[in-house]
Write a protein that binds this ligand. Structure first.
Ligand code: NAD
Length: 493
């Protein structure tokens, strides 16, 4: 019996207007486990109108910033309290490891606490203008209805990165999760209700990109689109939003270099490379999918890397000792397998993996073995295109200049890793790598306190940290005359 979900619009649990549902699958069993409402333009219109009404009237705009902050902190407390249940839903629907989701859903609470704390610290300024008899000040105001569109790889975590600052700034929101992983957000909406947010402040439209996502981006009452997904969809979203002159932030894909120099602490670097590409089954935007390794240590490093990667335990993502879970959805499984064929056809050699596993622990799940290709040239498709799976390409380099040239020779610029014990080299690489995040002697570290986002085709704007709150605000300049007389009306003041 499949669990039947409703979506949440205007403070109510509702079906799609069409009454239609679609199935969502458990990637470990390869079978559907729940039904999700198939929303389309009519539902989107209902949700955006509800968000707009909540923004312009009712209790939300009357709340003080401190009251808004208190609601967010309450939501953070509820997330902490229910983090294990949220993690389990995410694992069932997405195939992520419970061992990773338990700490991630618990950590998510920090975004609500942090932005809850910032809500009443949004301050304008008094401007010392050059005009006599004028008092001029600025105030930061919310934008209105935010449309948040998120992908399948980290459904709740990435929703949180948008939801917490959008609400802290005083906006209302309509969220469209991925059609592959909607269930966790619908469970999470119970916590939003419990926290006491007024109806219409947070709404969800579940459904497909063309049926629900595009109408949401195009809706005239949407003021800002906050999108996370692939660069190709991001481009379409950007174009559609541009027609309505909407603000846009885009968190897009990557093909990040993980660069190992011969002076690196080798055991740590091996772990860092494995964590960069095989954690979360390589289904992360920051996957360190290009290993650039200095020629002088190439063979020794690859031997150690293979030794560790071979031990990765694949299996049931609910088991706490599993290290590599399934691919989240069937089209993605096919995409990863297709890239493996492309790499082979391009002349790369699979030194590890390269196929679906047959072990009983993997059952009918959508698994791909951790795969490593050597003999890769940086211009090959396997080195240039985002696979979004457990597939690593090894590319040797001679010296710093070549490491930088190869690292930057890519349309993306989301993240980069550098492994060295030389401080000058580390800082020089951090300066010159074209990426929004550079990790030195670590990988995959993120925080609510630090800005995250992409250079080049990896995106526009940033998420997390204090600065990015401005992406959900607009500034108003207020001019007050303190003069006793209105001056000559025919000239500019
Ligand atoms: P996707 O681009 O296919 O879909 C993302 C979302 O957009 C989904 O909700 C989808 O339904 C919706 N969508 C699809 N077509 C649309 C349209 N025309 N208009 C509006 N919405 C539409 O991405 P995906 O396959 O779900 O996710 C994987 C991608 O996300 C990878 O490229 C990955 O790198 C990227 N990603 C980026 C970050 C980051 O922070 N930079 C984080 C995670 C994932």
């Amino acid at each position: 019996m499949l669990t039947k979900y409703q979506t949440h619009i205007a403070g109510r649990w509702v079906d799609a207007a069409s009454g239609e549902f679609f199935e969502t699958d458990n990637p470990y069993t390869g079978k559907p486990w729940a039904l999700i409402p198939r929303c389309a333009a009519e539902d989107v219109d209902r949700a955006v109108r509800a968000a707009h009404a909540a923004f312009t009237s009712g209790p939300w705009p009357k709340l003080t910033a401190s009251q808004r902050g208190a609601l967010l902190r309450k939501l953070g407390d509820l997330v902490s309290e229910h983090s294990k249940a949220l993690a389990e839903i995410e694992v069932r629907d997405n195939g992520k490891l419970l061992a990773e989701m338990n700490p991630v859903t618990a950590y998510m609470a920090q975004w609500y606490h942090y932005y809850g704390g910032l809500a009443d610290k949004i301050e304008g300024a008094v401007i010392p203008t050059d005009k006599p008899d004028i008092f001029n000040y600025t105030r930061y105001e919310p934008l209105g209805v935010v449309a948040a569109i998120v992908p399948w790889n980290s459904p709740l975590f990435l929703t949180t990165w948008k939801l917490a600052p959008a609400l802290a700034a005083g906006n209302t929101i309509v969220i469209k999760p991925s059609e592959f992983t909607s269930a966790s957000l619908l469970e999470f909406m119970k916590l939003v209700e419990q926290a006491g947010f007024p109806p219409g402040v947070v709404n969800v439209v579940t459904g497909f990109g063309s049926e629900a996502g595009l109408p949401l981006v195009e809706h005239p009452l949407v003021a800002k689109v906050a999108f996370t997904g692939s660069d190709l969809t991001g481009q379409k979203v950007y174009e559609a939003a541009a027609r309505g002159l909407k603000r846009v932030s885009l968190e897009l894909g990557g093909k990040s270099p993980n660069i190992v120099f011969d002076d690196a602490e080798i055991e740590n670097a091996v772990k860092g490379v494995v964590s960069g590409i095989f954690a979360a089954t390589g289904q992360t935007c920051v996957a360190g999918s290009r290993l650039l390794v200095q020629e002088s240590i190439h063979d020794q490093f690859v031997d150690k890397l293979l030794a560790l990667a071979k031990t990765a335990k694949m299996g049931n993502p609910m088991h706490l000792d599993t290290q590599v879970g399934p691919i989240t959805n069937k089209p993605q499984l096919e995409k990863v397998l297709n890239y493996i064929e492309i790499a082979k056809a391009e002349g790369a050699t699979a030194v590890l993996g390269g196929k679906r596993p047959s072990s009983p622990e993997c059952g009918d799940g959508w698994f791909v073995e951790p795969t490593i290709f050597s003999g890769v040239h940086n211009r090959m498709r396997i080195a240039q295109e985002e696979v979004f799976g457990p597939v690593l390409s090894i590319i040797p380099f001679k010296d710093e200049d070549e490491a930088l040239a190869l690292g930057n020779d890519i349309v993306y610029g989301l993240a980069a890793g550098v492994w060295t014990q030389n401080m000058r080299r580390a800082l020089m690489m951090a300066d010159r790598l074209q990426a929004g995040t550079v990790w030195i002697n670590t990988y995959r570290a993120v925080s609510y306190l630090s800005p995250f986002g992409g250079y080049k085709r990896s995106g526009l704007g940033r998420e997390s940290g204090q600065e990015m709150l401005k992406e959900y605000l607009q500034v108003k300049s207020v001019w007050i005359s303190t003069a006793t007389e209105v001056p000559n009306p025919f000239v500019q003041r």
